[in-house]
Ligand binder design. Structure first.
Ligand code: ATP
Ligand code: MG
Length: 564
């Protein structure tokens, strides 16, 4: 049997967008002869579905234009960054199906060059050491409607600035006591241009450079120079950096560097019923609202993987939502639809029962009542087939039985008939209950003439899934619901996003599945017929010992209906 997913991902034409338009024009005009992009995460958390969009964009463009895409860690905030995050990020990029060009890059690889460029700016009179405290600096910065005021330290001599900056680096001054600032324009309507800080003093142990530095460059200053040092042609980032672009360009225009990448902004992906902010995701983990960064309810790439989402499905999602500058609030159903479509052709189909009630076949005859075999996929005979054994006792889904069914009911009911998928038609003759009135078992008879053929003289419309109690394996099944009850949990000014946590987002049940499922390898995908797509948990599932399955996605789109 095939319990691994075939990897023949169809090649799908990219959807065109304004960034591709810019690249096409740059190649046509001869401005560039190749395309070089980069994905620049900060290793301060696990990547989420928004990052997946950015990964698919950057790596996807490099693939489509036969160019290159670097993976560069933006590691300029030593206090928040860890090697655990950095390795998880590399794992995620690879898992999504991408490989970066050459070695992993780190902004910290450029610390000495960044330092030298800062001295160059000082020598040109374009940077100065400022002694204002953070609070004073805010005060001097002005507001959106009022210009800022020049710092009293703005006109220090070049020699004094060089001397102070070198002493900052040498560790002569306490943390936060001085900064290096670009000398641009305190009256600029763009606050980012009002003499932004480009270096700060911070004694923090860095994951790569250890204690070699006690000054660290700021993101805006680091990012553009790192891009230029790597020969990036198109530096793609999210819209909140639009106002930073003049600074990106200013830095590169004022240092001696031969390359000037073009920064292009696109809109962030936001998804309904979830949050895509590392800080908030961190909070969910740190406060124990979820089991970890890879909790299957998390919108992290690790979480999506653990739930059973597939790289091809996520890539298709990124393709479908496209790239633009307009608001990008997407329904979960779009992502789920892509996952479902991908799994539909890849996942073998078996039967499992997640809310079992027992059926006893009173006329079952050992050695006479026959079993049938069934293929693992209706359209993929190469997936193979297995015996679907029957025995005297079966498990069926509690939902498939009703003592007082609504009109139109086609499943089992006292006195009624239903077909067992791949097997006989059965009739319910009686319901056995315990002293609380709860159903203990259903007494049924099978019609021996209905194996592989229609019953004579009557129509049986309903078909239900089931497993043979004697043959089935017990499975732990984890059923997920969305993590938040509100479509925009972080969209309320006066209410914290945690108030909207869905406390019923995880239900763990004990069910039964056909025996091949018990031998599945971790990370195997199955369709449990009529129930959805399920995935053998990466860590907790133990073949032959402890089957644990996560519900990846149901068979139908249940969100969009509810939202209508
Ligand atoms: P967060 O706001 O969640 O903390 P971030 O932007 O600080 O994310 P980075 O590690 O700096 O995280 O992001 C790496 C890259 O991923 C950046 O180029 C960023 O623009 C992009 N990115 C981050 N979030 C999204 C998103 N929601 N949609 C699209 N791209 C995103
Ligand atoms: Mg960031």
């Amino acid at each position: 049997m095939s319990d691994s997913v075939p990897s023949n991902t169809p090649i799908i034409a990219p959807v065109t967008n304004f960034i591709r338009g810019i690249i096409d024009a740059d190649l046509a005009s001869g401005k560039h002869r190749t395309v070089a992009t980069r994905f620049p995460p900060e290793p301060n958390g696990y990547l989420h579905v928004g990052h997946a969009k950015s990964i698919c964009l950057n790596f996807g463009l490099a693939q489509d234009y036969a160019g290159t895409c670097n993976l560069r860690f933006d590691d300029t905030n030593p206090e928040k960054e860890t090697t655990e995050y950095a390795s998880a990020i590399q794992e995620d990029v690879r898992w999504l199906g991408f490989q970066w060009h050459g070695p992993v890059r780190w902004a910290s690889d450029y610390f000495s060059q960044l330092y030298d460029f800062a001295e160059e700016l000082i020598r040109k009179g374009l940077a100065y050491v400022c002694d204002l405290t953070a609070e004073e600096m805010r005060d001097y910065r002005g507001t959106l409607t009022e210009p800022g005021r020049p710092s009293p330290w703005r006109d220090r001599s070049i020699e004094e600035n060089l001397d102070l900056f070198r002493r900052m680096r040498a560790g002569e001054f306490p943390d936060g006591s001085r900064t290096l600032r670009a000398r641009i324009d305190m009256a600029s309507p763009n606050i980012n241009m009002r003499d932004p800080v480009i270096y700060r003093i911070k004694r923090a142990h860095h994951i790569r450079t250890g204690d070699a530095w006690c000054i660290y460059p700021m993101y805006d200053y680091t990012h553009c120079i790192s891009d230029a040092l790597e020969g990036i042609t198109h530096s793609l980032c999210t819209l909140e950096f639009e106002d930073h672009r003049p600074l990106y360009d200013w830095v590169l225009d004022n240092i001696t560097i031969p390359c000037h990448p073009q920064q292009i902004e696109f809109s962030r992906l936001e998804m309904r019923y979830t949050v895509t902010s590392k800080r908030k995701l961190n909070q969910l983990v740190a406060q124990g609202h979820v089991a970890g960064w890879d909790d299957p309810r998390m919108p992290t790439i690790h979480g999506m993987r653990r739930r059973g989402y597939t790289p091809a499905g996520i890539r298709e999602f990124a393709r479908r939502i496209g790239i633009s500058k307009s608001e990008n609030l997407v329904d979960l159903s779009v992502l789920e639809g892509c996952i479902r479509e991908d799994l539909e052709a890849k996942a073998p189909r078996v039967m499992a029962v997640v809310h079992p009630i027992k059926v006893v076949l009173t006329n079952f005859r050992e050695g006479v009542t026959a079993s049938r075999s069934a293929g693992f996929h209706p359209n993929h005979p190469e997936f193979g087939e297995r015996e679907v054994p029957i025995s005297r006792e079966l498990w069926i889904e509690a939902e498939d039985f009703s003592e007082a069914p609504p009109p139109g009911w086609q499943r089992l009911t006292p006195g009624g008939e239903v077909r067992l998928r791949y097997s006989y038609v059965i009739r319910c003759d009686g319901v056995v209950k315990d002293e609380h009135g709860d159903i203990v078992e259903l007494r049924c008879t099978l019609d021996p003439d209905t194996l592989g053929q229609n019953p004579v003289g009557r129509k049986v419309k309903g078909v239900i899934h089931w497993v043979s109690a004697a043959h089935a394996v017990p499975v732990e099944v984890r059923l997920y619901d969305r993590l938040f009850t509100d479509p925009e949990p972080d969209g309320h000014k006066d209410r914290d996003f945690l108030e909207f946590l869905n406390h019923e987002s995880l239900r763990v049940v004990r069910g039964w599945a056909e025996s091949p499922v018990g031998q599945a390898k971790p990370e195997a995908h199955y369709q449990f017929e009529r129930l959805g797509y399920f995935y053998a948990d990466r860590f907790d599932h133990q073949p032959g010992k402890r089957p644990v399955f996560n519900r990846t996605v149901g068979l139908k789109d249940s969100w969009s209906r509810e939202q209508a």
